[in-house]
Write a protein that binds this ligand. Structure first.
Ligand code: SAH
Length: 376
């Protein structure tokens, strides 16, 4: 674990730092708690399951469309379970409409973004878990603005329900579709908002009407490397996919790119990722943004390959290279194509499966690391 001399960064904020919590929403609650909330509002408890069915199975949150509920109960039930959490400010599209970035305003005015990407055989939503981010990674737009606050489980889930609704309604070119994947790669560090994120994952995987019925494997939690939380996640018994944002195989460079590295270094972070694969039998992803002349040297590819294979070659890991999406004011840019190719070649030569991420949504500032809602 951390050495006593490591600087204690303000890293793990599980308690929201705001005065007023977001209103309680059915997505924050278990089915029993929903029933309880409805009873406390003086309404018949069994109605909670009907509202859950509308929200999670039908993706409906408009009381007028809940025609199996008595007219007089619709408004009070909606007030008890379905307060408005997200208000769309605007939606930008790219890639012929198949990439959609939505800017949301939360109840207290905080702004967050989510990005929906439709592919021929899947549709992935990139969700935010915090308004802003406290991790301060030097190449990431969200990191530059600092942390505003944690999002609630309901606020996280409602992004997913909104995307599933848009797909089901045929709002995305290609005909009506189902949402298949969710990645926690929007704004925020999900493991710094652990309880709310786990709650959201549970809601996403519970079968309807308790939840959305997504596959845990189709949900990716991406972390900067909060080692104690990675170890905790491994023991949670939910086989989500874990991604570790490494970006450098050596502490000297990673300290610069990812400041949390001064608390938990490269070895500790990679070991926690390996532990996750060992415990869950799920292959983990190592995320590596390729930055021209900063971290894309051939020696670093070799060092990364050696580091990963030192934990064995049983298929526990693959590397996902992300061409850097330049952020405003940064002097950094994406690697040359030939350096990217050489980086891939060297990793593969060491037996490490490697992919290069496509950069959907770049022109709408919707690509990885570009989300910075306060300025859009
Ligand atoms: N806090 C989480 C999620 C962040 S966003 C994490 O650190 O993993 C998802 C990925 O995008 C991370 O790997 C992050 O490091 C990467 N990223 C951030 N800024 C980027 C940029 N400008 N270009 C490319 N990738 C970036």
């Amino acid at each position: 674990m951390s050495s006593a001399s490591a600087p204690l960064l303000p890293l793990v904020f599980d308690e929201p730092r705001r005065a007023k919590r977001p209103p309680r929403h059915l997505a924050d609650l278990t089915p029993d708690e929903r029933r309880e909330a409805v009873t406390q509002a003086g309404l018949p408890g069994f109605r909670a399951a009907q509202v859950s069915h509308h929200y999670f199975s039908r993706l409906v949150d408009d009381p007028a469309q809940m025609t199996d509920l008595p007219v007089g109960l619709r408004a009070p039930l909606a007030a008890a379970l379905l307060p408005r959490l997200l208000t769309p400010v605007h939606t930008l599209t790219a890639d012929g409409g198949t990439t959609r970035k939505t800017l949301w305003r939360l109840h207290d005015g905080a702004l967050v973004e989510s990005v929906l990407m439709r592919y021929p055989n899947r549709a992935t939503l990139c969700v935010s878990s915090q308004a802003g981010c406290g991790m301060a990674c030097s190449f990431c737009a969200t990191g530059q603005a600092g942390l505003q606050r944690n999002m609630s489980t309901g606020e996280i889930v409602d992004q997913v329900v909104a995307a599933a609704r848009a797909l089901a309604a045929g709002d995305v070119p290609g005909g009506p579709a189902r949402l298949s994947n969710v990645v926690f790669m929007g704004m925020g560090e999900p493991l710094a908002n652990y309880a709310a994120v786990i709650g959201a994952v549970r809601r996403m995987i519970e079968p309807p009407p308790a939840g959305l019925g997504l596959s845990a494997r189709a949900i990716t939690v991406s972390t900067v490397g909060l080692v104690p939380r990675m170890l905790q996640l491994a023991d949670e018994g939910i086989p989500v996919t874990l991604a570790l944002s490494l970006h450098a195989p050596d502490d000297e460079l990673r300290n610069e790119l990812v400041p949390v590295n001064t608390r938990w270094g490269v070895r500790q972070a990679v070991e926690a990722a390996w532990n996750y694969a060992r415990v869950t039998k799920r292959r983990v992803s190592i995320e590596y943004a390729l930055i021209k002349d900063v971290n894309d040297h051939a020696e670093r590819a070799d060092a990364l390959g050696d580091l990963l294979t030192s934990y064995g070659d049983w298929g526990w890991v693959h590397v996902n290279l992300i061409p850097l999406n330049p952020t405003p004011g940064s002097q950094w840019t994406a690697s040359r194509v030939e350096d990217e190719r050489e980086f891939v070649r060297r990793l593969e030569a060491k037996g490490v499966p490697t992919t290069v991420r496509d950069t959907r949504g770049r022109e709408i500032d919707g690509a990885c690391g570009q989300l910075a809602a306060a300025t859009s």
